[in-house]
Design a protein around this ligand. Sequence first.
Ligand code: ADP
Ligand code: MG
Length: 379
Amino acid sequence: MTLRVGVIGGGQLARMMIVPALELGLEIKVLAEAEGSSAALAATQVGDYTKLETVAEFAKTVDVITFDHEHVPLAILESLEAAGVSVQPPSRALAFAQNKLQMRRRLHELGLPMPVWAEIQTEDDLQEFLNANGGVCVLKTPIGGYDGKGVRIIRSVADAQDWLEPPALARVGGTLLAEEKVGFIREVAQLSARTPSGEFKTWPLVQTTQTNGVCAEVISPAPGANDETISHAAEIARAVAEGVGVTGVLAVEMFETPNGRLLINELAMRPHNSGHFSIEGSVTSQFEQHLRAVLDLPLGSTETRAKWSVMVNLLGVNDRNDFVSGFASILAAHPEAKVHTYGKGARAGRKMGHVTVVSDSLDFATDEANATAQALLQG
Ligand SMILES: Nc1ncnc2c1ncn2[C@@H]1O[C@H](COP(=O)(O)OP(=O)(O)O)[C@@H](O)[C@H]1O
Ligand SMILES: [Mg+2]
């Protein structure tokens, strides 16, 4: 009997699950928000994931429900679970990926390392936090943010006026999250996967570079990371996965500080941009692993296939990026580059695709991945 996976959300993460699903002989179905989604090549149904009826009907056609994004209302997932549907990751875990404040509270209970943080409801709360943290902080909306949207550096209460106004505040749940502005030496991410039965595996710790809050480049493994940091990051990921009850792929974004500490920034409970390198760089990609994990199948090896993998995002420069002009000559000039495009409409700053180069030379992988991405974006 064919195992059937239902993915809610038709973005590039769902799209990239299609290939390993075909390879493993699984059936993959997508509940997309609109026609012509990035994942439209899978059996796709268009529907509203905020409507219980729609999601429940979709769930009847598959063996497990999983996600391309974390925005499905918890109440819907809870009622599916109550009806016996396998939802992976389960709603009780996903709650902490949906809401950055709840995540901070839970990580605090688990005793895991984080930036200094506070809950902000009023101008006075914010002023007090600024005073206690050198006059600067990072303010975040707890829900609905992504790719740097909903994250702002604040130096005075005035910088946050629009977010503190009652209607705006109510839209994000009534409370904002303030964090110390961490003077990190770099950002890293620990990708892992866990099955409902409890099998757990990590990939190498990677270095991520964000530009304007959006992931731009990922290097696997994080260059120069010492053994202690590497094993600490893996321990943090395991503590989160087990403590929160995550199943499927989990990404833990962290800051590495000058004194060698790791502080958790945020969690994603699905395949993540920091793991795209694994398609070519690992024996088992994050997309294949996610499918295995949510179906409670044994996990595949996460050994690397080459010493280095470098992944560069194709972030739209304008609304004309179609990757058609010059495509053949770019591929001819960069035969080592693995080019992925997501079939999305072009828009400045949008994640349109990525390029990965694996090599035993970090310089070669970095140069080739960046040169190919530049060429593709300039067309
Ligand atoms: N407390 C912080 N200190 C310093 N930089 C931060 C902090 N929080 C976030 N950032 C920067 O902003 C980026 C986006 O923030 P994040 O909370 O990960 O939002 P998103 O949900 O948009 O990914 C981070 O990758 C990091 O570069
Ligand atoms: Mg982030």
